[in-house]
Design a protein around this ligand. Structure first.
Ligand SMILES: Cc1cc2nc3c(=O)[nH]c(=O)nc-3n(C[C@H](O)[C@H](O)[C@H](O)COP(=O)(O)OP(=O)(O)OC[C@H]3O[C@@H](n4cnc5c(N)ncnc54)[C@H](O)[C@@H]3O)c2cc1C
Length: 401
């Protein structure tokens, strides 16, 4: 049997673009992807293991990320870049390919926090907060999850009581990314009428306390906080004008969930690239391990999963761009990609053998980080129930008692 001609082989640069997704991108999307990839290769990958090991947040990267001019993603106006959903997804993919913590930091700020304001804020509120957030002069956080309410965040217990020109917030939040240093934390709380609203708590507001959670085995270089809110007075003008029920919160989650699906692809790509390169170099039994059928089968399966994930993301983002994306569609992508990427990073770790657990080989960190991706912004099971509700018309997760 003859070897394939070199011109038919996938180039080194394209090892994770087997179906040439690149050809389907617009020039602007390609440009954004290249800019973010270059930034990641130069600024993130060389320094991140140390931050991850020490569980420190790389503040030095924030002004450099700001220079990319991509914060705000699809948001148009108010200083935001107005990118396509595909470009926004590619940013998440490239950031995750370098590092999951940086991707999560950016996703919380540019996705969850900025989109809450863009989707639910009044024109005045958008003008007030978005330009500084787009420049990353002000960093945002999104505080929904509570100690007693994760998957059933719809039952959140944090209260917002009207008192003159203010709302007074009382309650507790958990797992809130960026909240220990954010300038704006969007706190989701229930008002006296029982409606869930989004309240922008600005840095330094008395009664707001955030402490960094420690002891994590995933996403170690980004900080999540436990928050207590005790008599936190927030001006009425800081209640997002369009947030008048949990359905509005859910709109933000649905709009940003496709980014998590792209993030999973980035983790899988990074791990696969390391595994492929290692398999070609590492010799056992007198030959590169890449020459063994079992290893090739693993690599081929990993690449098939990555290719499927990429195509799902691309199509989903196109549907988002044309206004056709449903909750079930974005949940299906998150569910599928997180599960498949979790498997890919585990197989990559296996292919590296013992050194797969060393941070310096850039696989263990991705494997650990994928555990968080599998769970956050809606667990695997909850995503499947959102898909299930859409395809059967029956909700399997309405609150019991
Ligand atoms: C690294 C990280 C960052 C995060 N960042 C943020 C953030 O910035 N802001 C924020 O608000 N939140 C954040 N979260 C919280 C995250 O969204 C929640 O962890 C997630 O929604 C799951 O909630 P939980 O951890 O309370 O798990 P639980 O809801 O307690 O779930 C535990 C298990 O029960 C299953 N389960 C629950 N209900 C059902 C059901 N009806 N049927 C079948 N199975 C069910 C789940 O699938 C899961 O397997 C973050 C979490 C992590 C780990």
């Amino acid at each position: 049997m003859t070897e394939r001609g070199s011109e038919q082989r996938v180039s080194e640069h394209d090892v994770t673009d087997f179906y040439r997704m690149n050809d389907l991108l617009t020039e602007r999307e390609r440009d954004v992807r290249e800019r973010v990839r270059t930034f990641c290769d130069k600024e993130v990958t060389p320094i991140i293991n140390d931050y991850w090991e020490r569980a420190e947040f790389p503040f030095e990267l924030v002004p450099k990320l700001a220079e990319l001019g991509v914060a705000g993603g699809t948001i148009e106006g108010d200083g935001c870049p107005g990118l396509s959903p595909v470009a926004t997804g590619l940013i998440a993919m490239e950031l995750a390919r370098a590092d999951g913590s940086v991707c999560t930091f950016f996703g919380v700020h540019s996705g969850l926090a900025m989109q809450s304001i863009a989707l639910l804020g009044s024109e005045e509120q958008k003008r007030r907060w978005l330009p500084a957030m787009a420049r990353m002069d002000k960093i945002g956080a999104f505080a929904l999850t509570e100690p007693e309410h994760g998957s059933d965040a719809v039952a959140l217990e944090t209260r917002a009581r009207r008192d003159g020109d203010c709302y007074v917030l009382d309650g507790a939040k958990r797992w809130i990314g960026n909240a220990s240093f954010a300038d704006l934390v969007i706190v989701w709380a229930r008002d006296e009428a029982g409606k869930v609203g989004g309240f922008v708590v600005e840095k330094g507001t008395p009664g707001f306390n955030a402490s960094v959670m420690t002891g994590k085995i995933a996403k170690r270089a980004v900080w999540q906080a436990e928050i207590t809110l005790e008599g936190v007075r927030v001006p009425v003008a800081n209640r997002l004008a369009g947030a008048n029920g949990f359905g509005d919160t859910a709109k933000v989650l649905a709009a940003t969930r496709f980014g998590v699906a792209w993030e999973a692809v980035g983790h899988a790509m990074a791990a696969y690239e390391s595994a492929l390169s290692h398999a070609k170099q590492r010799e056992q039994f007198g030959a590169p391990i890449a020459s063994y059928q079992l290893v090739q089968h693993k690599l081929a399966t990993m690449l098939a999963e990555i290719t499927a994930m990429q195509l799902i993301c691309l199509r989903l983002s196109q549907l988002a761009g044309s206004g056709q994306m449903t909750d079930g569609m974005s949940s299906l992508a998150k569910m599928h990609n997180a599960a498949k990427a979790r498997r890919v990073v585990a197989d990559a770790r296996d292919i590296l053998g013992g050194i797969g657990i060393l941070l310096e080989n850039h696989v263990a960190r991705h494997q650990a980080d994928m555990e968080a991706v599998f769970t956050y912004e809606g667990t695997d099971s909850i995503q499947s129930l959102i898909v299930g509700r859409e395809i059967t018309g029956v909700s399997a997760f309405t609150r019991k008692a």
